[in-house]
Design a binder for this molecule. Structure first.
Ligand SMILES: Cc1cc2nc3c(=O)[nH]c(=O)nc-3n(C[C@H](O)[C@H](O)[C@H](O)COP(=O)(O)OP(=O)(O)OC[C@H]3O[C@@H](n4cnc5c(N)ncnc54)[C@H](O)[C@@H]3O)c2cc1C
Ligand code: FES
Length: 275
């Protein structure tokens, strides 16, 4: 066994950006460059507390500084949220399989994100931007609980919306007095005619909470996507992250090793995939 699989390197927390009341983006400088591909994940260690898996949200073209967007959920994330710039944590990876960008070439790409699930999709967007001419069209559909829960707000509402190559639309489950955008769950902005997409020549990439992934997948099938063309980030509970402990078992797969990115075809017949 390669002991390095388990050995974190040190990383310094340079900056923290508060995205929402429970989500922050952490800017980390690893002690040596950490190259990853969009969709792969890393394990972050808070010394004396524990480890948890996260997908970098920054550009895979940059390996000497990583951005990781983290929602406060329990023990490790609570402690990460309490850290201030200058703190040192551990990082191990990259782990798992990336999005197969070579299979996306020449296609229309529909990216559907929910909540903090936009994090890995942001890294994917950066990777697509590197070679934008290779893709026919990029459509982003993002859903958040409320306007206050939108992550990367500047980018989602301004920069991405202005990019010619991108068609971005955001919806919130519940608006507020200032919200003028769409209200409804993310599937309500996945109308085939309004998307102007040809499912036969497209791929869809989905990341979000399990309930959002489930209903988005069903909607994509309804509008004509093939199960092979739907890519899902399956964020199962993980421990070792390297295919040894079995925590992340998904039928015949270890989500940490063969995933976290799977096509719907790969997992559609397995029980309880949305739990
Ligand atoms: C491959 C991968 C990539 C991820 N990327 C991100 C990311 O970019 N940003 C982000 O905010 N989160 C991400 N997550 C989820 C993140 O790993 C969990 O929120 C984190 O492990 C919680 O750790 P904790 O110690 O704070 O909470 P814990 O104290 O361990 O748990 C808090 C609660 O959350 C549940 N829980 C723990 N892990 C998960 C999980 N993976 N899925 C569902 N429920 C869980 C527990 O059962 C418990 O109820 C990712 C998960 C995976 C597997
Ligand atoms: S997390 Fe240990 S096998 Fe996947």
């Amino acid at each position: 066994m390669n002991p390095k699989l388990y050995l974190p390197i040190a990383a310094t927390l340079e900056k923290v950006v508060e995205e929402t009341h429970n989500i922050k983006t952490f800017f980390l400088t690893p002690s040596s460059p950490l190259a990853f591909l969009a969709g792969q994940f890393v394990e972050l260690t808070v010394p004396g507390v524990g480890e948890a898996p996260f997908t970098p949200s920054s550009s895979p073209a940059i390996s000497d500084r990583l951005e990781i967007t983290i929602m406060r959920a329990g023990t490790v994330t609570e402690r990460l949220h309490a850290l201030a710039p200058g703190a040192r944590i551990g990082i191990r990876g990259p782990l798992g399989q990336p999005y197969p960008l070579d299979l996306f070439q020449g296609k229309e790409i529909l990216i559907a994100g929910g909540g903090v699930g936009l994090a890995p999709l942001r890294a994917l967007l950066f990777a697509l931007f590197e070679d934008i001419g290779k893709y026919k069209k990029i459509i982003v559909r993002y859903g958040a609980r409320s306007p206050e829960d939108i992550v990367y707000r500047q980018a989602v509402e301004k920069a991405w919306n202005k990019a010619d190559a991108l068609d971005v639309m955001t919806t919130v489950d519940k608006g507020n007095a200032f919200w003028t955008g769409h209200t409804g769950v993310v599937t309500s902005i996945l109308d085939k005619n309004k998307l102007k997409i040809n499912p036969a020549a497209a791929v869809a990439v989905v990341c979000g909470p399990p309930i959002m992934m489930k209903f988005t997948t069903l909607k994509l099938l309804e509008i004509g996507f093939d199960p092979d063309a739907i890519y899902l980030s399956m964020e199962k509970n993980m421990s070792c992250g390297v295919g040894k402990c079995g925590h992340c078992r998904l039928g015949p797969y270890y989500a940490c090793k063969e995933g976290p990115v799977f096509t719907y075809r790969q997992i559609m017949d397995l029980p309880k995939i949305w739990e």
